[in-house]
Design a protein around this ligand. Sequence first.
Ligand SMILES: [Zn+2]
Length: 339
Amino acid sequence: MHVDHYIRNRSCWANRSFDRYRRRDFAAMIFTRHAVCDFHGGHREPADTLFSCRQRRRNVGNRAFRRSGMRARITGKGTINMQESVEKICILDGGLTRVEDGSIYSPGVSVGVPATLSCNAYLIRHKAKWLLWDTGTPDAFYAHPGGKIVADGMRAIVVRTIAAQFEMIGLSPDDVDIIMFSHAHYDHVGNSCLFRNAKWFVQQHEHEAMFGTQADSFGYLPEFYSAMRDNEVELLQGDCDLFDDGAIRLIHTPGLTPGHCSLFVRLPRTGPVILGGDVAHNCLDLQYRRVPSFSTGREASVASMRKIEELARKEGARIWINHDTMQSATLPHAPAWIY
Ligand SMILES: [Zn+2]
């Protein structure tokens, strides 16, 4: 088949203006008798088989995507890596923290200027399981309408309890199958005692810090999480793909605390998001690599910021910064679901 004949008979091609190089490349594709087929592991196949292999590779991905919401990622080596999405996520209002001097989170910035930090917990539905990421400020603080000083001048305020939000969406804390915390500060583990049936996935370093003799040196208040001793626990070291399907990945982002983590979640319509935890306390702190004065490791914190930004770039993910009040206000909260 001559190239010009092919072009005349395919309007989609005929309408394009081919320069000399495009024509030459196209001719090479048509007339090369054998070409390397990466779908079949790199062995040599006739040229027409090469096209059919490529088409077949696309079809495999499309069929799988239609059937189960999976996304087929085709790697450069021709292997197919199925990446599933979770069903949905609900952002729960986990209270507020107010401080008189915002520079404790952003050194050199907002010195002496009061700051208010949002706090969220995230309930995820995936493969018929409920997963909870963080549990917010203790519901008990709801009894203090003006808030309560917890530590270092931080005033914790609860306007909606986590228990009430579970009720609002028709669930019980007992329904939660898996629980994870970005880290063990009071505004993340505050309601851990509600989730008695959940299996707990935690970095070994974080677990050791929480239950070691120096817990207070990490800013931990064990009374808010001591009940977690009785939960079934799985200790992790480093990053972890929780379901081995690419839908939910625990990303180790140490620095603020030894076992601090962020969570990568692939949503079916919104696309991938990274729940940053406290890898940074607001978007500008992330951008300018500002590390809070109470971080246990400055260099590790900066490396972790870089790590999630690189992951976000690679995956095309958005980063949801838990304590960024302005960003949080743009996201729907319970009882809304995000798909
Ligand atoms: Zn926090």
